[in-house]
Design a protein around this ligand. Sequence first.
Ligand code: COI
Length: 330
Amino acid sequence: MKIIAYGIREDELPYVKEWENDNQIKIETVPDLLDEKTVQLAANHDAIVAYQQKDYTPELIKKIRDLNIKYLSIRNTGVDNVDGDAVNQYGLIVTNVPSYSPSAVAELSIAKLLELFRKTPQFNRKMKNNDFTWEPDISKEIRTQTIGVIGTGRIGQTAIKIFKAFGAKVIGYDIYQNPTLKEEGIYVDTLEELYAKSTVITIHSPATEDNYHLLDDEAFNKMQDGVHILNMARGTLIDTNALIRALDSGKVAGAALDTLENETDYFNRKLKESQVNGTFKNLLQRENVLITPHTAFYTEPAVRNMVIDALNASKDLIETGHSDKEVKFK
Ligand code: COI
């Protein structure tokens, strides 16, 4: 069995070794991301394991199939960067890791909200200037808030549990309602209702064609003044320019963004100051906006599960032609 794993980082190597020892199968690892140039490295392999925010284009998918490779196991959850039509057209079988650690992502939402509320950037700045004063940086408390959770899959459910443990009132919206949460009376009927009632909005939905720029000018206008926004899901869910307008007007009091539109040019890269511009530069200058480079997933248990589950899926595909992690593209 010959599996090649692309984009393998130093922090993933121990988990690859663990899997190799447990399964007595050698994996070829390469640091390069999978693209139309590096795909040639996969020649003579049975399956590809990859992780990346870069697009899996129709050209790339065709090239994988031209190498007579049928299986691609992605070691992350989101498949919005995979061209589903090309997957179906060329008969590629794709698996993902649907649940490597909902806590990893949910916990970052809570951590960032605490940072926003406790004015961490403001006090860090003051401390560096020997300024030991308090005002005007008074904090809110999570227990006094109404948290609106958009997307109540595994990550949303974990966020709900944690926010409830802080004593907050939690409301949720999802087109697919979870029966237990429904019984608990979490759901509101419309996004408009969620916008109107929430003092904090946290997004945990996958990106689809239907929710592109879900939070746009119209949505922000329906929210409470001084709302806080958390996005640990996908950058395309927020119209960044509309968010900037809402921050300028004070409609949005603070935002924590682990995902941003056009982030592939930025995230997990060390850039020069001159390379950071546009909406990134604008947002990075604000103390009430916290940006992290798509790190919500980046915990030890999550990374281990991403590697092990993807390799298991790849092995299942090679051995049986199927995996319970297969992604169906419409
Ligand atoms: C995902 O699992 O979908 C993520 O956003 C993580 C990232 C490594 C792509």
